[in-house]
Design a protein around this ligand. Structure first.
Ligand SMILES: [Zn+2]
Length: 388
């Protein structure tokens, strides 16, 4: 199977290309939307044939100083955007028509070459035989070294996103680790041990920026432009800080899982809305889901890069069901839960991990795979048994 990893390197994009590509996409979108037709039942579909494409292409090519492939890139990205919108629309989920808001350039593989083998340079054509953009990959030591090829590039105002591709043999894992993510921590059951990763810093980051945004909101009445700029700046900073922290955590976890050849079992997020969180509900819930999504996507691609599988399990009731006897759990003290039937007392995050792992492997405590090491002789588990 082929796996993809994306990395970004800092770089200043040519302003004129950013502007032109933005314009090309806007025109292409306007034109493509004219080709969205609606059936009698109200379903949307795109009727955009070869000729339509050629017409649009010719129009966009007029007076273009940049490489022609940028026009194709713009058209492709817009068609992708419109098709994505149609899918949402037909499910009744589209709020408004798609728009081009970001100044982003999609650089097709035909627009660049990779020189001097793997640790070499990427050379992007801006204007044919005239203007190029060169990126020395060796300057960035965090980029992967063991890849097969470089896929498309995405050029943004201040960075270049590079996708690396590699063919990997799917690995049969020796076991699976499971993870439960909430607002303040990530709990993992790795190799029969519990590991906790603190997310309080992340929570703090979000809180700080939330406060900043609230202040900017006041400013937006008198100075809307400044407010918008500040808002974008802070949102970006917040995102970057959060991503940095999550990268550290997922790299640590992925290294460990790779060394013991374990796959991962994660919560299927579609059911996360069932979860109960404390505090100001909406924001916390949003953050929790956001954390979870970020964690999962980062861990997944880091594991897949080495051929390790990731399974998703419906987490409904994962902290309501006793992992030992399947009895009902009730709140005990603090984050502890107690089983009404067998008396088990355990931390709720640990319980969730145990259940996720069992369900992901399709076993029950009484099933064909005994819970080696996880359950002490008395049938009780204590945090001490798992803590590292
Ligand atoms: Zn029980």
């Amino acid at each position: 199977m082929e796996v993809i990893k994306a990395y970004s390197v800092p770089m200043t994009a040519p302003k004129d290309l950013l502007e032109e590509f933005f314009k090309l996409r806007k025109i292409a979108l306007e034109e493509t939307l004219k080709h969205v037709k609606y059936s009698k039942s109200g379903k949307a579909h795109l009727k955009f044939n070869k000729n339509d494409r050629k017409e649009l292409r010719d129009r966009l090519l007029e007076n273009l100083k940049f490489a022609k492939h940028y026009v194709d890139s713009a058209i492709n990205s817009v068609i992708g955007l419109v098709k994505g919108w149609i899918q949402l629309y037909n499910k009744g989920k589209a709020k408004s028509k798609p728009e081009i808001t970001k100044k982003t350039v999609y650089v097709k593989t035909t627009l660049f070459s990779v020189k001097n083998g793997k640790n070499g340079k990427i050379k992007i054509t801006i204007e044919p035989r005239k203007r190029y953009l060169e990126i020395d990959l060796a300057k960035f030591d965090y980029l992967p070294k063991n890849y097969d090829s470089i896929g498309g590039l995405i050029l943004q105002e201040d960075k270049l996103i590079i996708t690396f591709k590699k063919k990997v043999e799917p690995m049969k894992p020796k076991d699976y680790a499971s993870f439960d993510v909430n607002l303040t921590n990530i709990t993992g059951l790795i190799n029969e041990r519990i590991a906790k990763f603190d997310l309080k810093e992340l929570y703090h980051i979000h809180r700080v920026y939330e406060e900043k945004r609230r202040k900017i909101q006041k400013l937006s009445k008198t100075k809307p432009k400044t407010a918008k700029k500040l808002m974008q700046k802070y949102s970006k900073r917040e995102r970057n800080r959060a991503r940095d922290l999550m990268h550290k955590i997922t790299t640590t976890i992925a290294r460990e899982l790779i060394s013991v050849k374990h796959g991962a079992i994660l919560e299927d997020l579609r059911n996360i809305k069932d979860r109960i969180l404390n505090g100001s509900k909406n924001l916390n819930r949003k953050l929790s889901k956001w954390n979870c999504r970020l964690f999962q996507s980062m861990l997944e691609y880091k594991l897949k890069w080495f051929g390790l599988p990731v399974k998703y399990v419906n987490p409904a009731n994962s902290s309501k069901t006793c992992p030992v006897c399947s009895g009902r759990l009730s709140a005990y003290r603090g984050r502890l839960l107690k089983c009404d039937r067998c008396g088990l007392v355990q931390d709720r995050d640990v319980i969730a991990c145990l259940n996720l792992r069992m369900w992901g492997l399709g076993v029950t405590p009484k099933g064909d795979e005994p819970f080696k090491g996880d359950v002490s002789q008395s049938g009780r588990m204590s945090i001490k048994d798992f803590a590292r």
